[in-house]
Design a protein around this ligand. Structure first.
Ligand SMILES: Nc1ncnc2c1ncn2[C@@H]1O[C@H](COP(=O)(O)OP(=O)(O)OP(=O)(O)O)[C@@H](O)[C@H]1O
Ligand SMILES: [Mg+2]
Length: 308
């Protein structure tokens, strides 16, 4: 079974209007396994949308190869697109259709027979029931995004690609959207998403790639990626804000963000937690609470993207 997406040596150079040309993707190779919930993360301008829009046939690549479910987009873009549902970052909609009409029309475009359409299921999953007869131009930004997501789903694609799907979407919908995405993923749909909400990626994705300046700087199963840094933290909540680092804790280089907390990061393979607890006890701090936390995706993300 071929992977959901195969990318080989993909480069994209945007030709300059004025000034220098922009290398948005620099020799990127990536495989997205079938059935995965895949997160593509990176700072603004890293190349995420460029990558997604090339897969979707919306942007021409400069060089390299892209396959969707084993179909080379250069050989049969139409067939490749049939396997794909893409929600682009830009909100582009035909303003004259109502929500329901837009979904029905789109399903028709893909040749889905009326009896097999999921229009009402999609409307319900995206909480658009009370807007289904409203024309697109009267929808709020968040609702337009929901409709775009709906449009990407009408033909039951094997691979669903979401570029910043929750930008501008309220918390309630964000949650119901993820429930629906998880359900689709359980049924076998591969989900690829870009998001700036790292917690979202951490919760949802089983595999993650981090892109920076057009290059993949990390790609692994989420668990492996999180293990790589292998650092944990202890957050000590104190009664008063400590004025300076207590001598017994100096060697840990703690972070003191000025909000009655002291944060110690440590590598559990190198340091025993008992030793740290003893040093915390010896510090004389008046402790009100103490929490340990595992490495966050955010730490890895910042480490990999801030220096460059
Ligand atoms: N049409 C274009 N013409 C020229 N340069 C472009 C064009 N589209 C994107 N770029 C540039 O290519 C780089 C990658 O942009 P891209 O939109 O892929 O980033 P992104 O990772 O999606 O960022 P964001 O998180 O802000 O959505 C940026 O430097 C951007 O300015
Ligand atoms: Mg983008």
């Amino acid at each position: 079974m071929p992977p959901a997406i195969t990318i080989k040596n993909l480069t994209k150079i945007y030709e300059p209007r004025k000034g220098a040309e922009k290398v948005a993707l620099d020799d990127v190779s990536l495989e997205i396994p079938k059935g995965s919930f895949f997160g593509l993360l990176g700072p603004n301008g890293a190349g995420k949308s460029t990558l997604i829009n090339i897969i979707a046939g919306l942007v021409n690549k400069t060089s390299g190869k892209v396959e969707v479910c084993g179909i080379d987009i250069d050989k049969d873009l139409r067939k490749a697109k049939y396997h794909l549902g893409v929600v682009p970052q830009e909100l582009i909609l035909d303003p004259f259709f109502t929500v329901r009409e837009a979904l029905e029309f789109h399903a028709g475009y893909y040749g889905i027979p009326k009896s097999q359409r999921k229009t009402d299921e999609i409307i319900k999953a995206l909480s658009l029931e009370d807007k289904k007869h409203t024309s697109s131009r009267r929808l709020s930004g968040g609702m337009r995004r929901r409709l775009l997501i709906g449009k990407a789903l009408v033909h039951n694609p094997e691979v669903l690609i979401l570029d910043e799907p929750t930008a501008g979407v309220d918390i309630e919908l964000r949650q119901s959207l993820w429930e629906y995405a998880k359900k689709l993923n359980k049924q076998g749909t591969t989900i690829v998403l870009t998001t700036h909400y790292l917690e979202e990626a951490e919760q949802l994705c089983d595999e993650i790639a981090i892109i920076n300046h057009g290059k993949i700087v990390a790609h692994d199963k989420k668990k492996t990626l999180l293990k790589k840094l292998n650092n944990k933290r202890i957050v000590i909540h104190t009664q008063k804000n400590p004025e300076k680092v207590p001598p017994s804790l100096k060697s840990y280089n703690p972070v003191m963000p000025d909000d009655n907390t002291v944060e110690i990061r440590y590598n559990p393979e190198e340091i025993e937690i008992c030793d740290i607890l003893k040093d915390i006890h010896d510090s004389g701090l008046k402790i009100t609470d103490l929490v340990t936390q595992d490495t966050k995706l955010e730490d890895i993300f910042l480490q990999l993207t801030k220096a460059a």
